[in-house]
Design a protein around this ligand. Sequence first.
Ligand code: TRP
Length: 391
Amino acid sequence: MTTDIRTPPQSAKGSPADDPQTGTPDTAEESLGEATSDASLERTVIRSAQIGQEIADDPGRFRVLTGDRPTGNLHLGHYFGTLANRVALQRRGVETFLVIADYQVIADRDGVGPIRERVLSLMADYLAIGLDPERTTIFTHSSIPELNQLMLPFLSLVTDAELRRNPTVKAEAEATGGRPMSGLLLTYPVHQAADILFCNANLVPVGKDQLPHLEQARVVARRFDERYGRVNPDRPVFRAPEALLSGAANLLGTDGHKMSKSRHNTVELGMDADTTAAVLKKAVTDSDRMITYDPVARPEVSNLVLLAALASDQDPVAVAAQIGDGGGGALKKVVTEAVNEHFAPIRARRIELAGDPAYLQQVLARGNATASEVAQRTLDDVRTAMQMRYT
Ligand code: TRP
């Protein structure tokens, strides 16, 4: 008998319309592209707000998995987009697993680059911004064989058509400028599912573009249950993770375009105050001396106003009003001071940490040991569920 993988038979256990783990409607029939449809996005936004309340009530219910690729230095876009949010979740008492996704680096390029330096630099960034290794498990993909082994059963649960229509994979393949898509790029959402599911995370802070991957992880979790069964009859081996959409500001680069290393339009977390001033001095503004916060009509000016506001924890409209008709020069002065002041303690700590690679390695080794234990237990369950225990 063959089973249509896209419309799996309903599990004998539990109500088919209701995911027992989350209480959200079952979406197995939806194509993954739907994860970015307006209706689905709307649902995710509403659910994210609810989750915020649930975290306040009982942070212990949640385990977060999140990660970064070690492809370059972290910048203020990362900081205000996701890093600060991770620290906030940690403060609220949510346990976090943080993957340094080194195997993902080679999904869209030919070599690993200066991978060791980049991994240690990420470690320094994480610890400098306030992630606490006692509460956040930081680990590297390549150090956790059992996590990677989940790829095999997981790949059996997805179709190539499903992978090929993932809008984020498509966009990323296009961004490589005609480089043929590697098998790893095509399947990396499944690898991300392994990142999330190996540690039983139920919450993944993501931007909109990562929603299709999260949906893929949910589909993998559900299909594993349907196809291979359970260890404990009362609960699936993998619970369905949910997205926590960050309402975070989308900072642009200093030229008003998407912030990216290759455009040289970023302020890096690790830059010193003078370099920051030099980068911001070259930022694009316009000729209207009256500074306003109007992201649609004045994207470049408003982006600088927003950065100053985020760095000084103020409202952007208030920041613009304070600058008044001071023009681009005054705006740049304000934003430079705000950024340098906000990041001064973080940068000082970062310099200390970067000067002690042995400590960074030790923190990483501890995180890897914790992640390894968790991954071994999960792989054990997977083998048991799949009846692949022979001795
Ligand atoms: N792909 C993510 C990025 O480029 C990093 C990442 C790896 C990740 N594994 C993950 C994010 C799992 C969320 C969940 O930023």
